[in-house]
Design a protein around this ligand. Sequence first.
Ligand code: ATP
Length: 362
Amino acid sequence: MSTEFTIAVFEGDGIGPEIMTPTIEILKQLQSSSDKYTLNFSIAPAGANHYQQTSESLPEQSLKIAEESDAILLSAMGLPGVRYPDGTEISPQIELRKAFNLYAGVRPVTVRNSKYCPIRRPNGEVIDFVLIRESTEGLFHSMGKGTVTHEEATETLMITRDVSEQLFDFAFKLAGQRKSSGVSSGRVTCVDKANVFRAFAFFREIFDERAKNFPDIETEYAYVDATALWMVQRPWSFDVLVTENMFGDILSDLGAGLMGGLGLAPSADIGNNQAVFQPCHGSAPDIAGKGIANPFAMILSAGMMLDWLGHQNNNDQMILDATALKDAVNSVLADRAQVTSDIGGTASTKQAAQAVMKCLGK
Ligand code: ATP
């Protein structure tokens, strides 16, 4: 098994580079403390700034760096003022999902510290579920190809059997892992709108077919609108949720809200051969350059990358380091002086990241 890994790094736009720099420092500190693995970072230029300078948003060479890497670490990309001639924003992250068929968008919703959660939990219930957002089709299928006339605009929602089968298998396997590690009882909820759209009845039918291969996992269905309600009223009742791309896009921001904000929400987009790890938030141009961006979503995404690489390559140290990283963030979150202002603290990006490093060094 290999212990040397190449990580493609997309630093992105806005606050992207500000949160990527300390994240890489933390990863370097972790690897140097054990010698059980090596990460080589390879910068891949892309994004809105790059487009402004070169008229290319995702150059061939950057795509090649990503393709040849073992994992992709991506900060936020895109700027509201920089657009393609058709008016849409520069989003190489969405192009990467399509290029590498990264169908499983993994959005963990874990409340790490009660004081950041806006929901009352009468009996101290634990909020720890995973939303899986299909990331290559659904309503994003016609992205950039929708038709617009003076009278009307049309986009197409696409659900395919092949992608749905892989998506549901991924969700059932994840529920199985959570069950066997004692995190949950093993349940997958199919979130759709099968009462109104035939495409979602089809989605649900495939869910039922694949569920038969996972008899130890409980299943249930929920309409997306009711799911939004229940995510606020009883979010502790969920284990693994699986849904279409646009529904997942919206629900994952609701999940970020439960955790305390976008600055605390990590994510991964995983396919059969490649994976991208990035925070759920965008490039936050309103605070770019001020040194106050919350680095935790980026740092936690890097933790998800270590965990994924560790499991893919049977590298226990990487899995241990991923847990240590999560624990370090949890412990830093306890002290408002060490967190950034988006979650009520007073620390700068640098200070918050240094607090995590210090904690890891103990
Ligand atoms: P996108 O559509 O690209 O996801 P968005 O329009 O949802 O982007 P964001 O860039 O995520 O917007 O920003 C939404 C709000 O959250 C902004 O006010 C921004 O400053 C804030 N925000 C996002 N990420 C962070 C962060 N890491 N730290 C502090 N504030 C953040």
